[in-house]
Ligand binder design. Structure first.
Ligand code: ADP
Ligand code: UDP
Length: 236
């Protein structure tokens, strides 16, 4: 399978057409942005790590009954995925308080919730991805009520599977962002990526951050954190 025309260049990935109208190739870059695009940089080797980790996690999810866009890893940075029409929502699941949740509600990071939370942001750069609830998404026809119900139950299932998986690697899955899309026949599948860019990972013993927060917060050791997550997942 080969890349044809570039359809889109995002902040972290490029998307290419293929000879098959139902498939696209995503190509992972080392580029990183944060703080609503204000902070820009590169994280050397990130594209390779995110590509391989996301594909591996999507395959675990498939084995656990979660439909995903994953088709085939072509090489270190390029993967064939089912082409979807993205539901323009960032779906965020949280197990432990951190980031914007801690800030918005004036609490410290690290509070372990009895039950995971779910929230939606409208994926719209011009509006700075505003927080919205399911009723807002339905009113704006971003998704139907049935699609929202499907997305919610899939997102919580992803959390159950990945939380247990990462705990075995001595990693707490603090929170993460998912994107969903529609196949041509309307089926909702998990799309985009699951990686240290889109999840908060804390070492289970020390709470050391092993994710993009090290870049967002200028903590240093960014590449080391990505490499450590790679090592825990793949033993490399
Ligand atoms: P952004 O658009 O936020 O800068 P990326 O750099 O990751 O993000 O670009 C990848 C783009 O591809 C995103 O807009 C994402 O919604 C989209 N995308 C992810 N998976 C698929 C898919 N299976 N089919 C079509 N588009 C996808
Ligand atoms: N996240 C993401 N993309 C975004 C916003 C958030 O992947 O555009 C992820 C982020 O990595 C974290 C979770 O979603 O794992 C929750 O992020 P939060 O709302 O706390 O926002 P932040 O503190 O990153 O602004």
């Amino acid at each position: 399978m080969e890349k044809r025309a570039q359809l889109y260049e995002g902040k972290a990935k490029k998307v290419f057409a293929t000879d098959d109208p139902n498939l696209v190739i995503v190509s992972y870059k080392d580029d990183a942005t944060a703080l609503d695009g204000l902070k820009k940089g590169t994280i050397s080797g990130k594209g390779v790590i995110n590509n391989r980790m996301s594909n591996f996690l999507m395959q675990i999810l498939e084995q656990n009954g979660v439909k995903t866009h994953f088709v085939e890893e072509l090489n270190d940075r390029d993967t064939v995925v089912k082409k979807v029409s993205i539901v323009p929502l960032e779906v965020i699941i949280r197990n432990i308080s951190a980031g914007s949740f801690a800030k918005r509600f004036g609490v410290e990071e690290g509070i372990v919730f009895d039950e995971p939370t779910i929230e939606f942001s409208y994926k719209n750069d011009d509006l700075h991805d505003p927080l919205m609830n399911a009723y807002h998404a339905i009113a704006l026809k971003l998704a139907t009520k049935e699609e929202i119900d499907t997305i919610k139950s899939m997102a919580f299932k992803v959390n159950e599977v990945l939380k247990a998986y990462f705990l075995k690697l001595n990693v707490k899955l603090v929170d993460f962002k998912l994107e969903f899309g529609r196949l041509a026949d309307g089926t909702i599948v998990l799309a985009d990526e699951i990686s240290p860019d889109t999840c908060r990972f804390w070492d289970a013993q020390t709470n050391e951050k092993l994710d993009k927060d090290r870049f967002r917060r200028d903590m240093g050791g960014v590449e080391d954190a990505y490499n450590e997550m790679m090592r825990r997942v793949f033993g490399e």
